[in-house]
Design a protein around this ligand. Structure first.
Ligand code: ADP
Ligand code: TRP
Length: 335
């Protein structure tokens, strides 16, 4: 019987994935990516992967898919993901993900997948494009997680249900075949909540077109910031910072003193939203400037970036192949 890989190092393990879905925005950054990078210094073993197989549920253009994967890899490395601390890899480099998905499909109740928000939302929108892949998305995600036996899965609130589904499937497998999978806990960035979009109403999301992109050129970011919807309080009237989107976004970047100082300006009269937007723009550009320089450097070295992903995949596969062998033995495929 192979040694359970989750126990081999004695350290707790965290694992998370991000689906490449276009240009990353401040919601992705504060809601997921930044936390993933910070956790590499938590003393836990860290695994982060690019969920390119999940992207196939929506992306049908091969060139675009490749670009999205490389862009996401560049984004992560530029914001400080250290491949010596985090195994950083591409989901599709590990064939065990798709292999185990079939095994778990065979014990997953259809009724469980019918309750998944992503699937229900697609149906609610009346989409005729619903595919078996979209329906099965949570099972592939369950495998992504369970195959590495992590203790924690850091995700945004919107992904909590998927981690719960993974736990349910793991429990069912263990009951039928005997213990293989660990039941992981979701690690939710409760403090951050969600990043509001530039419309001031919805969460920042590509699908609402209300984003501020992390690595867009200065002109685009300026346009996005200046386009933030504010109320119509005149310049010379006091304003409530807590109800304003510019202030909310500024708070993600600023320290306590800076936040207090801006809040005071809001409450005094004579300070307009235009000025607040300029301060926010400065903060965004300043925050991402070193990352932007690093991203450009990496972009000139794509061979180096692909090599990092390959090394990450080698490390991930060592674990995935052991879990696969355990599963094969339990279900009776290793004659
Ligand atoms: P989008 O809604 O733009 O398509 P994704 O669904 O690709 O974004 O988001 C990837 C991850 O980034 C999500 O699982 C979530 O954890 C995080 N995320 C995205 N938007 C936000 C947001 N506005 N606030 C907080 N987290 C977010
Ligand atoms: N579904 C996740 C998202 O949209 C991405 C993802 C795929 C993931 N597999 C995962 C996240 C496994 C955590 C663990 O953000």
């Amino acid at each position: 019987m192979p040694l359970s890989p989750a126990k081999s190092s004695g350290k707790k393990r965290i694992l998370s994935g991000v689906q490449p879905s276009g240009i990353q925005h401040l919601g992705n950054y504060f809601g997921a990516m930044k936390g993933h990078v910070e956790l590499q210094n938590s003393g836990m073993e860290s695994f982060i992967f690019i969920a390119d197989l999940h992207s196939l549920t929506t992306v049908r253009d091969p060139k675009k898919l490749g670009e999205m994967v490389i862009n996401l890899a560049l984004d992560y490395l530029a914001i400080g993901l250290d491949p010596n601390k985090t195994a950083f890899f591409r989901q599709s480099d590990i064939p065990e993900h798709t292999e185990l998905t079939w095994i778990l499909n065979c014990i997953t109740p259809v009724s469980m997948l019918e309750q998944a928000h992503a699937y229900k939302d697609t149906l609610a929108k009346g989409s005729k494009d619903s595919t078996a892949g979209l329906f099965d998305y949570p099972v592939l995600m369950a495998v992504d997680i369970l195959i590495y036996k992590p203790d924690f899965v850091p995700v945004g609130k919107d992904q909590k249900q998927h981690v719960e589904i993974a736990r349910d499937i793991a429990g069912k497998f263990n009951r039928i075949y005997g213990d293989v999978f660990k039941l992981p806990d979701p690690m939710i960035h409760e403090l951050l909540g969600f990043v509001v979009g530039t419309d001031g109403v919805n969460k920042m999301s590509k699908s609402y077109g209300n984003v501020i992109n992390m690595f867009a050129d200065e002109k685009t970011i300026k346009k996005q910031v200046m386009g933030i919807v504010t109320d119509s309080t005149p310049v010379d009237a006091p304003k409530n910072p807590d109800k304003d989107t510019v202030y909310k976004l500024y708070s993600f970047f600023a320290n306590e003193d800076e936040k207090t100082s801006l809040a005071e300006k809001y409450r005094a009269s004579g300070f307009g939203y235009g000025e607040a937007k300029k301060l926010l723009l400065e903060k965004i550009l300043e925050h991402f400037k070193p990352f932007r320089v690093e991203r450009e450097r990496l972009k000139q070295n794509l061979g180096f970036v692909k090599d990092i992903l390959k090394r990450g995949a080698d490390k991930a596969r060592e674990i995935a192949s052991v879990t696969k062998a355990e599963v094969w033995e339990k279900v009776g495929l290793n004659i």
